[in-house]
Design a protein around this ligand. Structure first.
Ligand SMILES: Cc1ncc(COP(=O)(O)O)c(C=O)c1O
Length: 377
């Protein structure tokens, strides 16, 4: 059997990793400033993480949600403390798309309405509802097409107010990333997030904050939407939550009513996944990674803004987009092939920096030196 060929692959076989350093099978060393799509939050093979998972695996790896799994409560408790959402409840699942799928369903169960407002350049995942609210027709199959989704221009307050004026009574939820990731590191404005909050309140619609990529401390706030001083009704999470172990979650405001069978999953919240997520939260807290994301992120952004060949630097904390002019579109590839630095991209010409939250200034400087070299080349 061959693999279903859907990924454009870099011919690199990574065999070992530690912190933000990775090695390929030939022994070449790379700097990882991408963490496999923003997943590596506390660095590769962090000792506390490895110990926690190993010990858990030696006890029990998996059982389903038909028995008590006390670590789920521990995870919910720690997550509530760190995020400041202690009064929310937690539903555990396995990925970002699944988290959004459940959030959108839950909103509709809650207010019995059908329409969803989403925004241009959004990415929310590839399952049926998640992809329907994703602004990329190329990945929406005919069976996922629906009239229930209204796409509006991102950060356009007037368009949002108009849409609520027209369809308000039918709108079940509004879903928005605090900073769009796949869309090119574009930040939702404070005024826009505040308007979403007030219109959702006015029309009994649910505010869903997709924090799958921009959340979990990456911007220096626990959820990137916190920056606007608002509380969403539902937060979705995944990526950095398990530092590579698949886990996703939905944090749900107190007004939502749970009932047996309303949501469910076989794998979600299993012992090993909880051990991974708890270990990540332990490290985020003990190593003060929100503070570090803020400090190192600001330093990187300030320095990047000094390059006059750069069109724009966007983002916050350690979620950074560097927009380059067309003639420098080769820089991302060269950073990997010539300087052995992993970064991400967004179309057409944005380099995405999504490193582990514990990178230090030395690592930031290594990147800046290499980036300077590439711009001069
Ligand atoms: C903002 C956002 N939401 C949802 C997803 C989907 O997550 P997953 O790939 O874990 O399903 C992604 C993935 O890139 C994302 O960036």
């Amino acid at each position: 059997m061959d693999l279903f060929n859907v990924y454009p692959i870099n011919p690199i076989n990574i065999v070992k990793a530690h912190g933000s350093t990775i090695w390929d099978a030939e022994g070449n060393e790379y700097l990882d400033l991408y963490g496999g799509h923003a997943v590596i939050s506390i660095g590769h093979t962090h000792p506390h993480y490895v110990e926690s998972l190993t010990a858990q695996l030696n006890r029990i790896g998996f059982y389903s949600n038909s028995i008590e799994i006390p670590m789920q409560k521990q995870l919910a408790q720690q997550l509530g403390e760190l995020s400041g959402k202690g009064d929310y409840t937690l539903f555990l699942c396995n990925s970002g798309a699944e988290a959004n799928e459940n959030a959108l369903k839950l909103a509709s169960f809650h207010n019995r309405k059908k329409k969803i407002i989403a925004f241009t350049r959004s990415f929310h995942g590839r399952t049926s509802l998640a992809v329907a609210v994703t602004d990329n027709p190329n990945i929406v199959a005919p069976v996922n097409e629906t009239d229930n989704v209204i796409f509006l221009p991102f950060n356009d307050e007037e368009a949002l107010a108009d849409a609520f004026n027209r369809y308000g009574e039918e709108v079940s939820s509004v879903i928005i990333e605090g900073i769009q990731g796949v869309g090119g590191i574009r930040e939702a404005s404070t005024a826009f997030l505040k308007l979403i909050r007030s219109l959702c309140d006015q029309y009994d619609a649910v505010f869903i904050a997709d924090s799958v990529q921009c959340g979990y401390g990456r911007t220096g706030d626990f959820f990137s939407h916190d920056y606007a001083g608002i509380s969403a009704d539902i937060y979705t999470m995944a990526k950095g939550m398990g530092n590579g172990f698949p886990i996703g979650a939905v944090a749900i405001a107190p007004k939502f009513q749970a009932s047996f069978g309303l949501l469910g999953t076989t794998f979600g919240g299993n012992h090993l996944a909880c051990a991974a997520a708890v270990a990540v939260l332990d490290v985020i807290k003990s190593e003060q990674l929100l503070q570090n994301a803020r400090t190192v992120g600001s330093y990187l952004m300030d320095e990047l803004k000094k390059f006059d060949k750069v069109k724009e630097v966007r983002g916050r904390g350690l979620m950074i987009g560097i927009e380059l002019p067309e003639e420098l579109s080769q820089v991302k590839k060269d950073l990997l092939q010539k300087n052995r630095i992993f970064t991400g991209e967004a179309k057409p010409n944005v380099i995405r920096i999504l490193p582990a939250l514990n990178i230090d200034k030395d690592i930031a400087d290594r990147f800046l030196t290499a980036f300077d070299e590439r711009l001069k080349a």
